[in-house]
Design a protein around this ligand. Sequence first.
Ligand code: NAD
Length: 287
Amino acid sequence: MTRIDGHTILIGLMAYPIRHSMSPTMHNTAFEALNLNYAYLAFDIDGHQLADGVKAIRTLDMRGSNVSMPNKQAIIPHLDKLDISAKMTGAVNTVVNDDGVLTGYTTDGVGFVNDLKKKGHDVAGKKMLIVGAGGAGIPIAAQSAIEGASDIRIANRKDGHLKKAEEIADSINENSGAVASTFTLEDGEAFKAALAWADIYVDATGVGMKPLEGKALVNDPSWLKEDLVIYDTVYAPRTTKLMEVAKKAGVKNVYNGLGMMVEQGAAAFKLWTGQEMPIDLVEQAMA
Ligand code: NAD
């Protein structure tokens, strides 16, 4: 098959700024490897161009699109349907076009849960501490609840995201069997107690990447128990300060966010093509 021909189906990525994204490499590598006649292209689309961007999905009969900031919430009124992941998080990162019907999904949470599963940890029945209630923390909390986590504590500092932490906790309590609660990060004792209580600790704040590279929310190794599973959503750098502190504490299971990033793409890939993404190959292409 010629890689691009008259039958090639387009999938987009609409965000601004977006030219730095690794998603085009990820998806085009997978299409080529599986001999699928799709092409994935990034488009600089900000808020005021979004309505036209969504119209283009329909007009060009695109199979769908990823969306990122600033469009993750703003796209919702332009879509026809929302999956539970998008309903609970109030955000969309993947649009699927089924014969003109556009459905919004959020695959970041699935990416997190699937990556942890691959690493041998199931969130089902687990006590989770999630710090940060932004674009990463909210879908992680929602999907962990959907997949059966028993208790979820969400911590945020006293900024604009604290309200989002409270809203997702309410949504989890209403829509899933998990018990969710929140506390503020300024309450150091509550943070320390939650670290001692949790089975899985997720840092979804971005502390540890630029401009906060070399910084961590936990600096004292004695706050971390050896059997805690620690997941830092940062993937650049690959080893964050939190991961270094965790190693010093003797924590065995410590992960960065690279796997989540690949798995959220794999989940979108499956929604568009019905096929499993060849993840090992994609990871090599992005190394
Ligand atoms: P965001 O801006 O939407 O949310 C950031 C959250 O962290 C907020 O809750 C904010 O209150 C909190 N926060 C920010 N600075 C803080 C600080 N100094 N101390 C304590 N809390 C702080 O960002 P986001 O999109 O959720 O991204 C967060 C991190 O997750 C980034 O490093 C990003 O690269 C990463 N991320 C990874 C993936 C992946 O697939 N691995 C996906 C999305 C985001």
